[in-house]
Design a protein around this ligand. Sequence first.
Ligand SMILES: [Zn+2]
Length: 577
Amino acid sequence: MDAQVLLKALVDKELLKQDQADKLIQESSAGQKSAEDLIYENRLVDETEVAKTKSQLLKIPYKKISADTLDKEFLKVIPIETAQTYKIIPISRTENMLVVGMVNPDDQKAQDALRFVAKQLHSNLGVYLISHGDLDAVLKKYSPFKDEVEAAVRALGTRPGRKVGQAIQLEEGTAVTEEAPVIKIVASTLREAVNVGASDIHVEPEREKFRIRFRISGDLQTISEMPIELHQPIVSRIKVMSKLKLDENRVPQDGRFRSQVSGRDIDFRIATFPTPAGEKVAIRVLDSSTGLRTLNELGYSDRNVKIAMEAIERPFGTVVITGPTGSGKSTTLYSLMQILNQPDVNIVSLEDPVEYYIDGANQSQVRPEIGYDFAAGLRQILRQDPDVIMVGEVRDVETATLTIHAALTGHIVLTTLHTNNVVGVVPRLLDLKVDAFLLPPAVNLMVAQRLLSKLCPKCKKPEPAPGNIAEMIKKELEKLPADVRAELKSKEPYKIYRSAGCASCKNKGTAGRMAISELLKMTPQLSEIISAGPTENRILEEAKRQGMVTMRQDGIIKALDGLLGMEEVLRETAELT
Ligand SMILES: [Zn+2]
């Protein structure tokens, strides 16, 4: 709110002196902070009185909040970033009413953010004005991890948002006292990441602070912000743990370490990256107990699992999995490797990087920087008498040639490519200079997949599909093979599912991800098309003849079953047909 108005009211109430008010105006126009923030930080006026004064001026009722009465789960109604940025906290919620506390109820951006939250919850709004202190107390409650970090930062002699004073570096024994809190922050961060199921941790420096973000179910979320002075000690600690060169911060480095967290073995894969503001660190969290999943668990339909099994039970040949980065290709590779992993089978892999360790398989990591790339590795591997070869990715002519050669000489080969859909695999391999006549005997199966967000099972609700969507569903399903179509007859009239968000899914409406997939088999018919000059259209016709369920159709079926959101499926697969 207008600082002049507030300050005048505080002066009128004799809570503030005129000269203090004048000084505040000067200070706030010189710096980044509002007069109100300065009053709070310097404790010039009792914060309750400030809130009450604002309440009178804005004609919005004031409420005293006690953080202890608010349930931690309930707080998640408003995401922490929104709460922090816009200074809003939830107070109570009934079926169609969300009551919130705001420090600045007249802030236009806060109002917009709040309207967005209310819309997602299909809720009306009630607003109280709350004090800065009450807001801070509630924010601390959002995550116990925040408390731990704050305690550690305090022990280091600083507070979030403040610069580290020189004093601590002058004291004797600083090295020891300085390190302990940093070690604790890093440990807390790693533990928190594992506990919330984050797949990646990002430590990102900015000019005056640095932030830690987690990727959870595909979304990046800011977990913590700390003063920039803590950045280098934290990066150094991570480098020590992963045996990286401490004094090298101009070139990217990568490393890894394994640690026990909550009784599980977790692999952390570290990559540093120099930026003008300092080193950025990305940490991939690899939970070996949850990493390996079956095809069914990944979301493969029974029909597609059967096709995949037939392909890897053949004596030799390649299974090519394709999709853009982040489509879950390597997870699918691992589930196939796991099926093939038998005592009498020699599995050798070439990976970049090794993401999960499979007992009994001989996994190796390519190191292009020392000349051990996929091609060099493949030549080595073929001397290891393997039965099954996994090649992380085919991206150059030499690797493509060697991979096809390996399949033709009696091996089962599992690999990945980058193409949009399954129809693009043959043209891509021809681009990589594989001879057309080698493809039919060397390739058994082509698989394309995407990962989509699963609807939260706790809050999803069916509703009739709107006319235009029902039309699109009908149009797609009409192209399905007769047997699959018959199974879907009972789904009419079509329902779609939506989830409004609940405490269990942190208001996202989604929980985890699942794959949609399409599988194209090598057949005599496809072989003929390849030798006659394959076009994507002709391959697509063959796919139809095989009764292939496309990714789009697979997704629609899963949406009709309530596993996926129909709109997301239609949007994400719009380009594929
Ligand atoms: Zn939910």
